[in-house]
Write a protein that binds this ligand. Structure first.
Ligand SMILES: Cc1cn([C@H]2C[C@H](O)[C@@H](COP(=O)(O)OP(=O)(O)O[C@H]3O[C@@H](C)C(=O)[C@@H](O)[C@H]3O)O2)c(=O)[nH]c1=O
Length: 188
């Protein structure tokens, strides 16, 4: 397993070791021990999976407010996504900055997104399955979002089309409006 730092402190790319042979391949998709040895101690409590049929589907930018903020460990097990984390920790030197990476069934990369970040992805193929672990329960009353095309964040989404969005995501707040809900210091 290799861990690669990104432009946002705390957001990391995890590249599992893949063991190929004449049958195919094997990999550990998650190891508490390996992460702990790398200084990452997270108690994941829930596994999620979503399926998106069409290319250009966009889910995000989502986060849960305290006390139900979530760390997420995201991977794509079918197709390809452009996965994005946005730092929404007020007072952070990288507040409002984003990091994006292609995650695919082929490259098997994972993105670790700490609490205090918003998360979203756009499918860049059809038939996409995304699986992710979270370290806090789903709590609809704490669930919130920021508009995917907020101009102060300025995510460069890879496909220049009108994305397929949920009604909730179409009506999400801008960062400027959403920030009134963030607790100083951790953005959640
Ligand atoms: C996220 C979630 C949703 N649900 C339900 C609520 C709703 O009826 C249905 C669909 O929910 P959503 O529209 O919020 O699903 P979706 O837009 O896929 O939301 C997800 O997007 C990505 C980017 C994330 O980072 C996730 O944390 C989550 O916010 O599933 C749960 O039961 N448990 C959960 O943990």
């Amino acid at each position: 397993m290799k861990i690669v730092e990104t432009s946002l402190p705390g957001v990391k790319v995890i590249e599992p070791s893949v063991f190929g042979d004449h049958r195919g391949w094997f990999m550990e998709t998650h190891s508490d021990t390996n992460l702990r040895e790398a200084g990452i101690d997270i108690n994941f409590v829930q596994d999620n999976q979503s399926y998106s049929a069409a290319k250009g589907t966009l889910r995000g930018l989502h986060y849960q407010l305290n006390p139900k903020a979530q760390t997420k460990l995201v991977r794509c097990t079918r197709g390809t996504i452009f996965d994005v984390a946005v730092d929404i920790r007020k007072g952070s030197p990288t507040y409002g900055e984003w990091y994006g990476i292609e995650l695919s069934a082929e490259n098997k990369k994972q993105l670790l997104i700490p609490r205090g970040f918003a998360h979203g992805f756009m499918t860049i193929t059809e038939d996409v399955e995304v699986q992710y672990k979270v370290d806090n329960d789903y709590a609809p009353e704490c669930d919130s979002g920021i508009l995917w095309n907020d101009s102060t964040i300025g995510v460069k989404w890879p496909i220049d089309i009108e994305p397929i969005l949920s009604e909730k995501d179409k009506n999400a707040l801008t960062l400027d409006k959403a920030k009134n809900n963030f607790v100083y210091g951790d953005g959640e």
